[in-house]
Write a protein that binds this ligand. Structure first.
Ligand SMILES: [Ca+2]
Length: 239
């Protein structure tokens, strides 16, 4: 390809190829970044509640509390990593994500013993705290998923939340049928690379107009934007 006797020509060819190689290298980096894991768990360590009450344990009142479902611990050999309500006809668990956001997937980890109790439940999403409504828990949010059959022992069950078309801040899991409800972990996942048609907002308190009351947190409408955002996120995490 190159004339070995013409060193000047060789250097000129190399200079012309450098931008092309650099361009191809940047594309490879972008593709690698876009293919990297891009789901973020919005529920991790966020405020939670459950009802009608937490199963009482006289020896350790911290056992079975609602935050056990967002503590990031999935070791099922210990009951210390799972929630547990009292027995009731209707039991529920709620997490406040802190921001209104598209929800693309919800993953639920069942307990090992008495696993068939986790059945007949609905996952719905609210913009504001549903507990503040007088009819709670009878109010109904935007439906993310329904599960009729029992979830297997120590099994994860994952729901496609209508491909992110469900948007909200409060996510509830409500179960019908007399028994307690126990959840070992709940992950509320947002796909950072989803082609969103709507922005992600945080409601700003003490504002009057609609435009003032919403702060845009992010919108990723192209793979390039997604790749850049992930790079910034990973760079920030490393530092
Ligand atoms: Ca847990």
């Amino acid at each position: 390809m190159f004339n070995r006797t013409c060193k000047t020509c060789h250097r000129a060819e190399s200079k012309r190829e450098l931008p092309i190689l650099s361009f191809l290298f940047s594309i490879a980096i972008s593709i690698t970044v876009v293919k990297a894991p891009h789901f973020v768990n919005l529920a991790l360590h966020k405020p939670t509640a459950q009802g009608p009450a937490t199963w009482n344990n006289d020896h350790d009142p911290s056992l079975y509390i609602s935050s056990k479902a967002v503590d990031g611990k999935v070791d099922l050999t210990s009951t210390n990593h799972c929630t547990h309500t009292t027995n009731a006809d209707l039991t529920w668990w709620l997490v406040d994500l802190g921001v209104s956001s598209p929800i693309h997937r919800v993953a639920v980890l069942n307990r090992d013993a008495y696993s068939d109790r986790l059945r007949n439940f609905t996952i719905d999403v609210f913009q504001s705290d549903p507990k503040l409504e007088p009819i709670f828990p009878g109010n109904v949010g935007e439906i993310c998923a329904r599960q009729v059959d029992p979830v297997g022992s120590s099994q994860w069950v994952e729901f496609d939340c209508n491909n992110g078309s469900v948007i909200g801040r409060f996510l509830r899991l409500i179960k019908f049928g007399f028994r307690s409800m126990s959840l070992c972990e709940v992950r509320v996942l947002k796909d950072l690379c989803a082609m969103e048609s709507r922005n992600t907002y945080r409601h700003v308190p003490n504002t009057k107009s609609l435009s003032e009351s919403r702060e845009v947190l992010g919108v990723f409408s192209t793979p390039m934007q997604c790749g850049l955002t992930l790079w910034q996120r990973n760079h920030h995490l490393r530092n």
